[in-house]
Structures are given as structure tokens and as C-alpha cells.
Design a protein around this ligand. Sequence first.
Ligand code: SAH
Ligand code: SF4
Ligand code: F3S
Length: 456
Amino acid sequence: MQKKYHIIVFGCQMNYADAERVAAVLEKMGYKKTLKLEEAGLVAVIMCSIRQSAVDRIHWLIEKFRKIRNLQPNSYRLQTILTGCILEKDKKVFIEGFDHVIDIKNISQLPKIMNKKSSLHKIDDRPNSATMDYLDIKPKSFSKFSSSVPIMTGCNNFCAYCVVPYTREREISRPASKIINEIKSLVKSGCKEIWLLGQNVNSYKDPKNKTTFAELLKKINKIPGDFWIRYTSSHPKDFKQDVIDAMADLPAKASAKAEGNHITPYLNLPVQSGDDKVLRSMKRWYTIKQYRKIISDLRKKIPNIAISTDIIVGFPGETKTQFNNTVKLFKDIKYDMAYINKYSPRSGTTAAKLKDSVSWPEKKRREKILTDTLRETAFKNNKKLIGKIVKVLIDNKKDDTYFGKTDTYKSIKISTFAKASVDKQKSKTKNKNLIGQFYNVKIIKANNWNLEGKII
Ligand code: SAH
Ligand code: SF4
Ligand code: F3S
């Protein structure tokens, strides 16, 4: 059987960026990618531990692997690898279900490790300074036009509910020169959208020359070419005016061909709760007043900016009144999007010692209230865009309909063309693959969660 690998990724964009590095290592070992699990000789799972439900999925996969193996001939046995964000205690559990459990930072040593018998591989206990070497592996990009560049990894914040500081260890930034070179080479190869990734990009600092995140953005903005920069995640406590200034540096131009400011008018600024007392017990060191000030400063300088957030409902001790402060914040900020999470206790975190006092049905109820509020604000914001011409990166096609994202990271469906220009359009787009290209699109309809438009 040909050496084929299948990759399964859970979690955030950091994990997808890591998965592209795992894929690169496997391809160097002679494996070819397959999208079908049943066809694979090797499966690599990149796991997430952020909520218990993410961990439960791994147990479910182990069961699935067992069933596949039962169907395979004795001479052949599916190989399995687990990596990604794994808690120490879970490594010991999952080694029972996988051939190899490996720290993501050791992924370049996979060929050596696979020659060994099944065991838990923590062979590399180098000091923290070396833990991000694996980010230098040239990734096997999953997309031709959208890529991620991790600018740092790890986290020092220890928010009370969060496992990331335990799975990704302490925060380390990559040198700005490496980041710039990676972006230049992506742009050269035709990449149109580049995500700068880190758990807290606002505390980015070049290890040698101390370049800050705002300075990094300004350097990236000088790179010639037609491409977008997006970044995530930001922490309100470290989000300062210099980043707003860098984002507003040059006015983004409407033309699809235009260069200028590469940084898109979109920001995910996780607030987690709209109540100061809950924020304190979450160990999120900012107040709602400070958070609101950042948003108003952003909107002053970048009026068309779209803003999303992350929320946890039902954090231990969250009262109905405290939750209502989050609803009020949602109504006032008028978010374009929000990632609403029901609190899940994670062992080892400080919040795990607190009583998980809000029941599951109540968490669901709070989640629904916020989703309903968000639907209204997102729809209102979307309606304001009707008639406007925006730059869109087309990322998908189904039958005759194209799909894409606006510069403000809104999903858009492109199903119709301007009447007068139907013929012109048809000749313009005939035999042409629009996917991965920028187009100017006139917005003709607004829905709750997306827009509709036509290429002009
Ligand atoms: N670095 C980012 C968050 C990364 S984790 C930040 O500081 O905001 C992504 C999201 O998962 C978080 O924003 C949070 O809303 C959610 N999350 C993290 N831990 C959680 C938990 N224990 N239960 C429920 N949601 C959680
Ligand atoms: Fe987790 Fe907080 Fe770090 Fe974000 S900033 S990764 S929520 S500990
Ligand atoms: Fe999950 Fe790790 Fe991201 S725990 S959310 S994959 S940083």
C-alpha cells in the first residue's frame, strides 16, 4: 500500500498552522495526503483541549480507529499519532489509544520517533527558548490563497478558565525578520490573505531587537503586493493606541487592485464577560470601561471596522445580573460576530477549584440570549452595507454561486451580476477560476450572518 496520511485537526487557527507543519514533516517522509481516513496508512490528530467536549472527541476517534483496524487485514495496521494541545495528564491516557503521542514542538523528530515502539514521547526537554523551533518548518499550505504565519506561541496570562498556558507553555515571539520573510515568500507565491497568529499578539516582542506588534504591522504594511493581513488573538489589557494607529496607517482603498494598507478593518477583541467582577475572577485584568474606550478609539480612527468578540457564559459564580451586564455590552457595542462559549471546567486551571455553579440548561439559555442579541446587531450592521462596494476575496464555489469574505471578514454570497453587465461579467469570468482572487462586489442584500452581492 502506498504511504498515505490523513490529518485531523481540532481547535483554533494555531492548531491549523501547526497541522501544516506536521503535514510538511510527513510529506518529507514520503507520505502523500489523502482526504479519506479509510485510505490512510497513517493518521495524525492535532488535538485541542480548550473544552472537555474537544477532549471527548479524541476518545471517540480512538474507538473509530479500533473499528477500522478490525476491518483491516492482519498484515496491515493503521498507524496513529496524537499531537497538538495536550495536557500532561491526558498524554498518559491517550497513549493507550495511539501509537505515538508527541509534543508538537518535537514534530521534526517524527521520523526518529516512528522507528521506536509505541511510547509517550517527551524526548526533548530543552529550555523554553528552543520550543518554537518547529515553527521554522516550512509549512505545507492547505490553501493557495490564505495562509497563517504564527508570530508567537504560548501564553503568560493564565486566565482562570484556560488551559492554553499549560498546553502551549510560556509565551515566545519569533524574530520579526523571519515573519517578514515568510510573508514576502507567501505573497510571491500568490497568497492573498495572511493571518498573523498568537494567543496574545499585542504582547509580541522580537526577542532581539524588541520590535513591538504595532511596529511589526507597520513593517508588514511596507511589503509590496496585493494582499490582506488579519490577526488574532488580541488581549484588551495589552491592546494600545499604537496598534490602532498602525491599522489606520493608510486608508484602505476600495479598488480590488489597489495596494496601500494591507491590514483589514476587522478585529476580534475577546471580552469574555461584560461584568467587572466576573472579569476579575476570570483574571482578565481590564475593566469594561477600558474595553469600551478601546472600541470607541478604534471606531474613531477606522469607522468601517467590524468587531467580533469571544464570550464565556456561566463562569463559576456568574449571577443573572452579571450576565445581564454582558447582554448590555452586546447591545451597546453592536458586535458583527461573537464566539459564545459555555464554561467548561478544565482541570489544573485556577477556576477548576471554583464550583461550576451555573447549570448546563442555564448556560444554554444565556448562550441563546446572547446569540439573539448578536443576530440583531449583526443584521443592523449588515444592512448599513447595502449599496456599498467592497473588496472581496472569493474562497469557494458551489454550482453557479461564489462565496467569499469581505475585508471586514463578513461572509458574502455572490450569485447575481449587475443586469447591464451580465454579458460583460460572463466574458470576464468565463473559463476563469475566481477562487483565490480579489473582486469588487456591490452589496445588494443583507442577512443576519452574511451578505449577498454582485461583482462589478
Ligand atoms: N487567547 C485568546 C483565547 C484563546 S481560547 C484570548 O485571550 O481571548 C479561545 C476561546 O475559548 C476563549 O476566548 C474563550 O472564550 C474560550 N474558552 C477558553 N477556555 C474555556 C473554558 N474553559 N470554557 C469555555 N470556553 C473557554
Ligand atoms: Fe487563554 Fe487567557 Fe492566554 Fe487567551 S490570554 S490563551 S484566554 S490564558
Ligand atoms: Fe485549543 Fe490549543 Fe487553540 S487548546 S483553542 S488548539 S491553542
